[in-house]
Every structure is written in structure tokens, then in C-alpha cells.
Write a protein that binds this ligand. Structure first.
Ligand code: HAM
Length: 424
């Protein structure tokens, strides 16, 4: 037999049994972003390598070690995109989207990073990214954070915390950078090899080290907050006030620096402890200098991206993926008469309540069998129609997830009114 071919390590098929959860997540995100008036942009998956070198930064892990880079047939160096912000900036400049305008945009699709694969870390993974251009004030930072907070709520996700920091302006960071080099140089012998290498190229990255000995030294390092310029401080305070006013809890983490070079001022991450070491489900921040650095007009910008695989894993852990496929109602039909009436009733309900997810029992079966099917479907409620109910013009309504709650009897004439109040 011929040798079979496998998918590339760290790149996965999304199988039919998984796609309902993906579609549910994607459509929830899509609808939410439309409510905030963000519009989609679609950019190519392949870009010239130079784009990521200049945008993400030459001395970042992504550009140094993780890009899928190749020469095309004309000898031009191209890369599979490791993230989406750089492409948004390129496209915005190329098509004049930034000049004297505000833009709220989002994108989704596969990203590629040659990292060491493990749970929650893949070589092909999917992001939804959200970016706002042309707005310098912290209200847009707050809006972006509010979008993500609302998404967790809509997906039913719990135990995710928001960590927040400000990196200041490039000028204030340059002063801090010198202080850090001075500080870490005084502890050079105790630093690990990677930290030593980063000492002069990217000393801020040493702050989020996972190496235990370096960690101790990094914990006692001077704090970036003591070096922030007054405008950045004010921006940060205003953002914190807005988050408090909206009731979004956060934790200030002065060690949060992010792995991409383009950030200034606000940076944030949403983190869960329930996914092991790859617990960051969403991350982003402000990048006011990037558009001009890439050849466009000065354009303030802010955004974030979330890892879809990690979100789905968290939904699974917290048993929220069932929402993707589970009907609201399962219609149990006992007896021939009820079967014939039931299918008509179901069509009427679907016309009257277009958002209702309704599964109708088909192929008969005893009430017990049908209730088992209802249970397996994950439906929140069962509607039960038998000969007795038909004769009385009623229908049984039973919560499936709480055995303690009794079945109630509803008048058939009032059913759609009742369901509308329950499911809208
Ligand atoms: P990032 O932190 O590199 O930021 O990635 C954002 C999110 O993508 C991460 O928090 C994580 O959920 C997911 N992610 C990253 N790498 C992997 C991987 N190898 N496997 C699975 N999931 C992964 C950015 O990409 C920025 N472009 C975000 C941004 C947008 N900043 C401003 N605007």
C-alpha cells in the first residue's frame, strides 16, 4: 500500500464535527462587530517579507524565528502572514483609507508561525483582529476592550481577566530602555542566555521572561510607569476611568510588554488560567507610530486580535460549545395525530419566531425515547404534544436542564407569544 500523507505538524483540519462550534463563534463575533459598526477587510495571506520585518520588528521572535518565508519564482522574498495588523496598515496606506478619516475594521483568517506546537499553540492558527485608525483619544481603546468583554459575556465565558499596561511614547520608552540596560547589565552573570542576547536589542522583552532566575531579577527592575511621559499617564488614567465606568474589571500589570515592536501607550491581554501555559486568548494595544513608520501619514491606531483555537478550547472546557448546535426547543410528538399536527405547528413557529432553534422529533418513538433524543440534542426545553394535549388545545413545556422544575401546560393559542418572551 502506498504511504499515506499527513497534515503538516502544528496545522490542523477542522472536521465536520467541529465546524458547528467554529461557525457559532464566527457568527457571534461577526454580529457583535456589526453592532459596533466595524467593517470587514480581506487581505492576502502572503505578503512581501519586508512588510513584517518593518511592522512587527526585526528583533522579535516572530520575525527572527517563526516566519514561513520563501522565494517565489521571481526570487522575491515572501512570507505567510504571522499576524494581521501589518497587512491592515499596508492596505490602508495603499488604498488611502487613513487620510483625514476614521476607520473601524476587522479581519479573520489563518495566521502562520513556526513555533513549537503544543496545546493552544499551533503553526497555522486563526485570529479575528479588530483595528481602529485615526482616533488618538482613549475612548477608542475603551471601546475595543468593551467589544472583547462583551464577546466573552455573549459566549458565556468565565474566569478571564484583563491585564493592562502603558508603554508610553517611543521617547519615554527610550529613556526607560537605557535605565533597563543599566540595571540588567549590573546583574549580567545571573541572566539566562536569551536575556543576555536581548540586553541591547530588546531589553523590555526580558521583563516578561519565564526563566526562573531571570524572573527574580526582572521582578526587581525599575518600573516603566515611573518613566511615562505626562500625556501617556493621562491617557492611561482616562482609559482606566472609562473601564471603571463601564464596569469592566482590570488588573494593571507593569510587566506586560507584548512581543511585537509596534506598540505605544496602551497594551492589554485577556488571560485565562484554564488553558495551561497558552492562556492568552486575546491581546492588543495602541500603535500610534506604525502607519507613519510604514510610509503613511501620521495616523493613531489601536486594536487587538484573538486566537480562535484558544477561544474554542476555553468554550469547550467551560461547556459552552453546545450552544453552537443545541436547539432552544425539542418538540416531542406522541401519537399519529400529534405527529401530523406537530410538523405544521413547527413551521408556524419558525415563521413567527425566526431566531428560534427548533428541532422536531421525526421517526416516531415512545415518549421515553423521544425525551432521550431531546436530552441528547442539548435542547434547553422540550415541548410535549400528545393526544391528551391536542384534545385540550394545550402543549407541555418542560425545562431540560433542571429536573427540579416542573412541566407547565400552555395554551396552544398563546404558545408563540410565550416563546417570543422567552427567547427574544
Ligand atoms: P499576538 O499577541 O501575537 O498579537 O496574537 C494575538 C492572539 O493570537 C494571541 O493572544 C493568541 O490568542 C493568538 N495566537 C498567537 N499565536 C498563536 C499560536 N501560535 N497558536 C494559537 N494562537 C495563537 C497580534 O497578533 C497582534 N496583531 C494583535 C493586535 C492587533 N494588536 C493590535 N492590533
Amino acid at each position: 500500500m502506498a504511504k499515506t500523507i499527513q497534515s503538516i505538524r502544528g496545522m490542523h483540519d477542522i472536521l465536520p464535527e467541529q465546524s458547528a462550534a467554529w461557525q457559532y463563534l464566527e457568527s457571534t463575533v461577526r454580529q457583535l462587530l456589526a453592532r459596533y459598526s466595524y467593517r470587514e477587510i480581506r487581505t492576502p495571506i502572503v505578503e512581501v517579507t519586508e512588510l513584517f520585518k518593518r511592522a512587527v520588528g526585526e528583533v522579535t521572535d516572530i520575525v527572527e524565528k517563526e516566519m514561513y518565508t520563501f522565494e517565489d519564482r521571481n526570487g522575491e522574498s515572501l512570507s505567510l502572514r504571522p499576524e494581521g495588523t501589518a497587512s491592515c496598515v499596508r492596505a490602508g496606506i495603499e488604498h488611502g483609507l487613513f487620510y483625514n478619516q476614521q476607520q473601524r475594521i476587522w479581519y479573520t483568517g489563518p495566521m502562520f508561525r513556526h513555533e513549537r506546537p503544543q496545546k493552544g499553540r499551533y503553526r497555522q492558527f486563526h485570529q479575528v483582529g479588530v483595528e481602529a485608525f485615526g482616533i488618538a483619544s482613549p475612548d477608542i481603546d475603551a471601546e475595543l476592550i468593551a467589544i472583547s468583554a462583551r464577546l466573552w459575556q455573549e459566549l458565556g465565558l468565565k474566569n478571564v481577566r484583563l491585564e493592562l499596561n502603558s508603554l508610553g511614547t517611543p521617547a519615554s520608552r527610550a529613556v526607560y530602555r537605557e535605565k533597563l540596560i543599566e540595571y540588567f547589565s549590573a546583574h549580567l552573570d545571573a541572566l539566562d542566555e536569551e536575556a543576555k542576547q536581548r540586553l541591547h536589542s530588546n531589553p523590555l522583552r526580558i521583563l516578561d521572561t519565564k526563566h526562573p532566575a531571570t524572573r527574580l531579577i526582572a521582578d526587581a527592575a525599575p518600573s516603566l510607569h515611573d518613566y511615562l511621559d505626562p500625556e501617556s499617564k493621562q491617557h492611561f488614567e482616562q482609559l482606566c476611568n472609562m473601564l471603571e465606568a463601564m464596569g469592566i474589571p482590570y488588573r494593571i500589570n507593569p510587566r506586560l510588554v507584548r512581543g511585537l515592536d509596534y506598540y505605544s501607550r496602551t497594551v492589554f491581554e485577556w488571560i485565562t488560567e484554564e488553558l495551561g501555559s497558552q492562556g492568552t486568548i486575546c491581546a492588543g494595544g495602541r500603535y500610534d507610530g506604525l502607519v507613519s513608520q510604514m510610509g503613511g501619514q501620521e495616523t493613531p491606531a489601536c486594536g487587538f486580535a484573538m486566537g480562535m483555537e484558544r477561544l474554542l478550547e476555553l468554550m469547550q472546557t467551560q461547556e459552552q460549545t453546545l450552544n453552537a448546535v443545541a436547539p432552544d426547543l425539542y418538540l416531542v410528538l406522541a401519537g399519529e395525530h400529534a405527529s401530523a399536527t406537530g410538523i405544521v405547528l413547527a413551521e408556524k413557529l419558525r415563521t413567527e419566531l425566526p431566531k428560534l432553534k427548533l428541532q422536531v422529533n421525526a421517526g416516531g418513538g415512545s415518549i421515553k425515547t423521544q425525551m432521550k433524543r431531546a436530552d441528547k440534542s442539548g435542547a434547553r426545553y422540550a415541548l410535549i404534544l400528545g393526544e391528551q394535549e391536542l384534545a385540550a388545545g394545550t402543549i407541555g413545556f418542560k425545562p431540560m436542564q433542571d429536573a427540579a422544575i416542573e412541566q407547565v401546560s400552555l395554551k396552544l393559542t398563546e404558545l408563540s407569544h410565550y416563546l417570543a418572551s422567552k427567547f427574544n
